[in-house]
Design a protein around this ligand. Structure first.
Ligand SMILES: *Cc1c(COP(=O)(O)O)cnc(C)c1O
Length: 461
């Protein structure tokens, strides 16, 4: 019998080996992402514009493009240690199932109650709110992962949290609401009668199932009209990208210990935060000319922001209440077709990743959801982790790359981000297993319709 390579199945760093600082990618970007624009003045957003909405420390992190490393507060590190370092797993069983010479690794972020990487930023945001002496936070959640993560973090730091949850999700995923309430959060189905935006929506259409855009608008209104409250967001923003760098920094330390450097790093992309976090140190090597590695973003064919979107200024929400960001976007009122079950349904993309993609530092591919669930079920069977549909986008492309290695006989080293578990997505799995799942790819006309809503922004640079 062939002896097993000495690389372990799961590599856990010790607490001492854990990174003590986050890494700010912007510090190594020669060309910066374009600034956010205040739609009222059409001028770049200033910190003062954001203080009424976001925590002060988080606004500072949002605007900071120069500090390369930022200390992770001791209290945040203490909570990280409840579920971090997260394991870097060598996917021996997947490699065997594919009969590939490729070496496949994945960084598993689903080992916490919220079941995803979102907790990494939720902890930081709840901590800074506590430090500022706030009386409460508001946020929105669609499928519920972000709301759960933030509820977990707010319970730990003792900050009251109100979550506006899209009404159809409340109906489809009652247990997500129950988890958030267990952590002490107040969960309100959106649209609701607790805000002007919500009341207007209900007035227009009392039977509406709501949307993420409306939930954002309600959460922002609630935060800005309640004394000493602020709003928090779980993806897209530069601050979230910063906090998620913990994923990549841990990965890099573990890979260095194994003497491995990836040829390809793959991650799914919704708003871009897990991908930006995973690739951070490898992108640093690329930006500073140290090493070349392929970096691949994977998105759903039904919501193809990178691969078919426009690089343009757009609002971050359907309610057009946020500042405008220059990003790859499908238009703020783009909605993936109703049969889309695989998550990653945000119309825009992190401005940092958008700039890096625009400048040729990374690639993007889109995949159809039936292919995604095919990879998800294979992965579940051989690696025995039930992946979130979002994560399974990255699995799909890792599998495809590994199969290419089989054809060419080249043993590449592949890393992908396994961002979470899929226990609340069983209706999507059921629809795949029953053969009822279909793919819908938007036509050029569909996209043209939502592009026509892009705001007109004068050249200010
Ligand atoms: C939210 C989520 C994503 C997508 O968000 P990003 O900001 O693009 O990382 C991916 N996977 C899981 C499990 C999620 O919950």
């Amino acid at each position: 019998m062939k002896t097993m390579s000495k690389i372990p199945h799961r590599l856990y760093l010790t607490e001492e080996q854990m990174p003590k600082q986050w890494y700010n990618l912007r510090a190594d970007m020669k060309e910066q992402p374009d600034p956010m624009i205040n739609p009222g003045t059409m001028q770049p957003v200033q910190a003062e514009d954001l203080y009424p909405v976001f925590c002060e420390k988080l606004v500072q992190q949002e605007m900071d493009a120069v500090t390369r490393y930022i200390d992770i507060p001791e209290e945040v590190l203490e909570m990280y240690k409840i579920y971090r370092p997260s394991p870097l797993v060598r996917a021996y069983n997947l490699e065997k199932a594919l009969n590939t010479p490729a070496r496949i690794y994945y960084k598993f972020e689903g080992n916490n109650t919220s079941g995803s990487h979102k907790l990494n930023s939720a902890i930081a945001q709840a901590y800074y709110a506590k430090e500022q002496g706030l009386d409460g936070l508001t946020t929105e959640t669609g499928a519920g992962q972000w709301g759960t993560a933030l509820s977990e973090a707010c319970a730990y730091f003792g900050i009251p949290l109100t979550v506006y949850m899209v009404k159809v999700s409340v109906e489809q995923k009652p247990y997500r609401k129950a988890i958030m309430e267990t952590f002490g959060s107040s969960v309100i189905a959106s649209p609701s009668d607790t805000t002007n935006v919500g009341r207007a929506m209900l007035n227009d259409d009392p039977s509406t199932g709501g949307s993420l855009g409306c939930a954002i608008s309600e959460a922002v209104e609630k935060a800005t009209t309640t004394p000493n409250h602020r709003y928090v967001l779980g993806s897209v923003l530069n601050q979230v990208v910063l906090h998620q760098s913990i994923i990549g920094l841990e990965t890099k330390i573990a890979m260095d210990l194994l003497g491995e450097y990836p040829d390809i790093v793959i991650g799914c992309a919704g708003g871009g935060s897990n991908l930006a976090g995973l690739i951070a140190p490898y992108m640093r090597d690329k930006l500073t000319g140290k090493f070349e590695t392929r970096i691949v973003a994977v998105e759903p064919a039904s919501c193809p922001s990178f691969t078919r979107g426009k690089y343009a200024y757009d609002f971050c929400d359907v309610g057009r209440s946020t500042p405008m960001a220059k990003m790859y976007t499908l238009g703020s009122d783009f909605k993936p077709s109703a049969n889309h079950a695989g998550g990653l349904r945000y119309h825009g993309m992190s401005p940092i990743l958008s700039k890096l993609y625009h400048d040729g530092f990374m690639e993007a591919v889109s995949v159809e959801q039936t292919k995604v669930f095919e990879a998800a079920t294979l992965f579940a069977k051989v690696e025995t982790i039930l992946p979130a549909p979002e994560s399974a986008h990255a699995i799909r492309v890792a599998v495809d790359e590994a199969l290419k290695c089989k054809e060419t006989g080249k043993a590449k080293t592949i890393i992908f981000g396994l961002t979470g578990t899929g226990y609340f997505d069983m209706s999507a799995y059921t629809s795949y297993i029953n053969g009822a799942m279909t793919d819908y790819i938007p036509t050029d006309e569909d996209l043209q319709r939502s592009f026509s809503t892009l705001p007109k922004v004068p050249e200010i640079m």
